[in-house]
Each structure stands twice: as structure tokens, then as C-alpha cells.
Design a protein around this ligand. Structure first.
Ligand code: NDP
Length: 447
């Protein structure tokens, strides 16, 4: 057992934590360079993250002046860990090697193991000499935008930085571990009314949805807008629904089961389409799409809200993009951040240009946007969609659930926290939010 983790668990003072040595190694979830070809020839669905994700001790790296070490109480499964664990669309070691060639500090990342995970909630246990705003003992969450602030291209919108990276995906030392090494400009205050596992599931997905729908860098929603949200009870979708509602607009959620419909209704999303029940066949074969099926979706949306959507929140990609471009209203926007079902997209361009529609690509969020998104959690206007919690040792099982779309909302992972339910220091806000904090957990159990 690590002395520093014991001290954190025992509620040591900042002075005690600062005086406790860091271990030479720590427990982490990682993939291995020598296994990156292990699934060659298999279909994605047959690749098994339980085989590729290992949990074991790894060396703790040297910490740079602008970095902090966080004792990770909890983390979460993001889809990027699914991609890393099945080595798709490519193994992540190439990202680490590129970072390794950049600088002395970058070279630490180019290892034969890749510690994954792009979310964390925990306690700062060390800060480098250049860290100003954070100190040992601070309770934090971590966003995953890894930016080199000495690069001029990072100083307008840091997501435009030429060497912008996602921590724990394009860098090493990620959050699915007992300790994580992060840049100080990834830290944000932990919402005090949330448990560790509730705090850990938000930063990546909430910030992404915030940039796509609220920030001026996305397709900002205005009151009265109608927004079609694919995967509306999934990771980014469940935050998208909440941001649309908070903007005074109307979400139309698309999901694939009755249980997910119920979850969304409880979240406040009145208009929901069950795509499994409606059985849309946008593709008749691998190469051909059926416009009459796009029309059927369009009619279903009009039936629910009377109009075509102003914005479509797109991420399934190949499976849905043709339909998304078609159903968006004249002059509307398709905002996309992903392509879960395939990234070679096909749509009928006539529907885009003749009706003056826009496709807007966005990716994660800059620090300002992540901070603003975190604030929505702190003030309780957004709730964490935590549906299940796994221990770190079962990270492969948790990742498999997401790969096979058997989850709702977000899956939390307990790392250094001894059990669930710890970490709450603002009981008043927690009481005010009441059952809203457990919407996804209750529905997941009933499913
Ligand atoms: P989840 O798996 O939690 O949710 C995605 C949902 O999309 C599923 O639950 C499913 O909902 C729906 N979906 C999946 N396949 C299809 C399909 N063929 N047709 C229609 N709907 C489908 O994942 P996340 O929300 O966390 O992430 C979604 C995607 O966004 C991933 O590819 C991820 O890598 C990417 N991403 C990108 C980010 C960025 O910064 N660029 C940040 C975060 C995520 P249902 O079955 O209920 O319809």
C-alpha cells in the first residue's frame, strides 16, 4: 500500500501530505506496446478490452515545474479508452512517440506501456515549483486538454493549438490509476456536493457537450431552438440534453431502449425517439442509403415538436450523418465531434448547400469552456449521469460495457477511494438536488 494514498484516505492535512513521500511505482490501467497487434483480423465487436487492459504497478515519472500529481480517488470510462483498448482506429503508441520527440519532458511519455484514462477526481499531493493556483490538499477534478502554453498557436483558442492533445489518450499518465500526472492548467475545483465517483465522470463529456452547444466555438443553442440529440442518454448526449434544457431550448433525444426513454423523461427531456422501436433503416446495404428512411425520421421529429431541428448533435457518424444532414432545418447546423460507427461519412450534399446548412466540427474544449462546464456541476444546473461503478481492477469489464453499448450515461471507476459514497462536503446542495443525482443509477438497475 502506498503511504501517500493511506494519508489521503485518512484525511491528512496538506502539511502532512506534503511531508509524505511519493512512491516509486503506482497502480495503473495500461495497454502494452508489444500487444498492439493482438486483435488483428478481428471485428471491433470481437475485440476484448479485458485482454488488452492490464492493471499493475508502473513507475511514477519525474514531475515538471508546471505539473501536479493527483491521488485519483475515482475516474471514468470514456470512449477514447475503448478506442485505445481495441487499438482502433490506430494504436496510441504513435501519439506517445510523437510527444516523446518534442522535449525532455515529452520524452517521459514515450514508454512501452500507455496509462489510459481522461477523467479524474482526487486530491493534489504534489505541485511543481511553477504551479501558482493549486496546492497540496486541494480537491480537484481534471479536464483532459493537454496544451503547451509556450506554443503561440495555443493562445487564441487552445483547442486550435498545433500540438493540442487529449491527456490519457494522446499522452501517458492518465486517470485510470491511483496517481496521475497532469498539467496544472488541467485542474478544476471538485463539486463539493458530489461523491468522488460522481465528480469523476463529467469533465470530458460535459466539456465536450458544452463547447458543441453552449460555447461560441460550437453551434450555440438559443432559446426556442429545437435540437436533435443522438445517443441522448449516453456519455456526451446526457450532458447535451441538460445544456439544451438549460438554454431554454427543446431537446429531441434519440435512444435505443424503453429504459433509456424513461431515463431521459426523468431528466426532463419530454420528446424522445426510440430508434430501436422505430427501426430506421438509413442504409439498405453497406454502400446505399435510403432517403425515404431519412424522411421518416424527419416526419417523426415534426410530429413531436412541429418543426425541423435547428441543430443536430451528431457523433454516431457514418450510420446517421446522411439522416442528420437531411433532417436539419434550412440554415441549421449539424455539430459533430465523433464517428462511433465509422468516420468515412456520406450525405447528400444537395440537401446541405441548397438549404444553406452548416456542418461544424468541434473537439473537446478549452480551459475556459471546461471551467464553465464544471461550474454548471458546481451550481447543480447539470447533474452527473453516473449509472454504474467498477473497481479499477475490473477496468476491462467496464470498458467492454461501453464498447457494447450496454451502459447508460457514464460508468465510474473507483481508484484510490476505498468505497463509493465518499468525498461529499456540501450536504445542503446535495439535499437540494435530491433524486436528480441518482436518475441514471436507478434506471440502469431497472434495465
Ligand atoms: P456512449 O457510448 O456513452 O454514447 C454514445 C451513444 O450513441 C450510444 O449510447 C448510442 O445510444 C448512440 N449510438 C451508437 N451507435 C449508434 C448508431 N449506429 N446509430 C445511432 N446512435 C448510435 O459514448 P459517448 O457519448 O461518450 O461518446 C460518443 C462518441 O463521441 C464516441 O465516438 C467518442 O469517442 C466521441 N467523443 C468525442 C469527443 C471529442 O472531444 N471529440 C469527446 C467525447 C466523446 P443509443 O443506443 O441509446 O441510441
Amino acid at each position: 500500500m502506498s503511504e501517500i494514498l493511506d494519508a489521503v484516505r485518512a484525511g491528512a492535512t496538506p502539511e502532512e501530505l506534503a511531508g509524505t513521500p511519493l512512491p516509486a511505482t503506482y497502480r495503473a490501467a495500461f495497454v502494452r506496446r508489444d500487444e498492439q497487434a493482438m486483435f488483428e483480423g478481428l471485428a471491433s465487436k470481437d475485440k476484448d478490452p479485458r485482454r488488452s487492459l492490464h492493471v499493475d504497478e508502473v513507475p511514477l515519472p519525474e514531475v515538471a515545474a508546471a505539473e501536479a500529481v493527483v491521488a485519483v480517488m475515482a475516474s471514468s470510462i470514456n470512449f477514447n479508452t475503448v478506442w485505445t483498448s481495441i487499438f482502433e482506429p490506430m494504436p496510441t503508441f504513435g501519439f506517445l512517440d510523437r510527444l516523446g520527440r518534442e522535449s525532455y519532458w515529452g520524452a517521459r511519455h514515450a514508454l512501452d506501456h500507455h496509462v489510459v484514462g481522461s477523467d479524474a477526481a482526487g486530491v493534489v499531493v504534489r505541485v511543481g515549483s511553477a504551479v501558482r493556483n493549486w496546492k497540496v490538499g486541494d480537491e480537484v477534478t481534471v479536464h483532459c486538454n493537454h496544451v503547451d502554453d509556450q506554443d503561440p498557436s495555443s493562445h487564441d483558442d487552445s483547442m486550435m493549438a498545433l500540438n493540442q492533445r487529449i491527456w490519457g489518450f494522446e499522452t501517458n499518465f492518465g486517470g485510470l490509476a491511483d496517481l496521475a500526472v497532469v498539467k496544472a492548467n488541467q485542474l478544476m475545483p471538485k463539486p463539493r456536493h458530489l461523491t468522488w465517483e460522481e465528480s469523476a465522470v463529467n469533465a470530458l463529456c460535459n466539456s465536450t457537450a458544452y463547447r458543441m452547444l453552449v460555447s461560441r466555438n460550437g453551434a450555440p443553442v438559443t432559446q426556442g431552438d429545437r435540437v436533435l440529440i443522438w445517443g441522448a442518454s449516453g456519455g456526451i448526449g446526457s450532458f447535451a440534453v441538460q445544456h439544451v434544457l438549460n438554454s431554454g431550448a427543446t431537446p429531441i433525444g434519440v435512444v435505443s431502449s424503453a429504459s433509456k426513454v424513461a431515463t431521459l423523461r426523468e431528466l426532463g427531456c419530454e420528446h424522445v425517439i426510440d430508434r430501436a422501436e422505430r427501426d430506421y433503416r438509413f442504409w439498405t446495404d453497406e454502400h446505399t442509403q435510403d432517403e425515404s428512411e431519412w424522411r421518416r425520421l424527419g416526419r417523426d421529429i415534426r410530429e413531436l415538436v412541429g418543426e425541423d431541428p435547428d441543430i443536430v448533435f451528431e457523433h454516431p457518424g457514418r450510420a446517421t450523418m446522411g439522416a442528420s444532414v437531411f433532417v436539419t432545418r434550412r440554415g441549421g447546423t449539424i455539430v459533430t465531434c465523433a464517428a462511433t460507427s465509422g468516420y468515412m461519412i456520406e450525405y447528400d450534399n444537395r440537401h446541405l448547400w441548397m438549404k444553406l446548412k452548416t456542418i461544424r466540427g468541434t473537439h473537446f474544449a478549452n480551459y475556459r469552456e471546461s471551467w464553465a462546464a464544471n461550474q454548471t456541476l458546481i451550481d447543480g444546473s447539470v447533474v452527473p449521469p453516473l449509472s454504474a461503478v467498477f473497481p479499477l481492477d475490473l477496468v476491462g469489464e467496464a470498458t467492454l460495457e461501453v464498447l457494447h453499448n450496454r451502459h447508460e450515461g457514464k460508468i465510474g471507476v473507483l481508484c484510490a477511494a476505498e468505497r463509493e459514497g465518499l468525498g461529499v462536503t456540501d450536504h445542503e446542495t446535495r439535499a437540494r438536488l435530491g433524486d436528480r443525482l441518482t436518475i441514471f443509477r436507478r434506471h440502469d438497475r431497472e434495465a
